[in-house]
Design a protein around this ligand. Sequence first.
Ligand SMILES: [Fe+2]
Length: 161
Amino acid sequence: MTTLHHTSVNLPENVREELVRLLNRRVGLFTDLYVQTKLAHWNVRGPHFIAYHELFDSIASHLLVAQDSMAERAAALGGQAGMTVQAVAEESGLGQWPIETRQDSAVIHLVGDRLARAAGQIRQDIDTAANLGDADTADLFTEVSRQLDQDLWFVEAHYTE
Ligand SMILES: [Fe+2]
């Protein structure tokens, strides 16, 4: 159970607890997604190397911004922010990145798959936060969702089929 710090933010404590849990799960998800995207950035090989290498780094930087914003929203709501890497490994649900896969055509699809799953999750979170009466967290998730969709577009635009 989350232990909240005192705050004058006037959302009910049980609502803030639920939001903090949700935000921290997504902080964990984005921690995993960030590392996976960097593994793609470092290991990708093939004719599209430089385009993908640079694209993955750009996406990774967006993921860090989103991770930080979600963690800081959890803190602003009075919560403990973030999770340890050990907890991320247990809870992310993204699955282990196949580090042996290096061919550009395969790696771009792997990155797209991960982004799409995260994007679908965050889109649901917009409604969850809105239903809890927190327009600000819903707005934050909306911002994160919009960036993920754009990054997903940049990835999927490279698909040949
Ligand atoms: Fe780099």
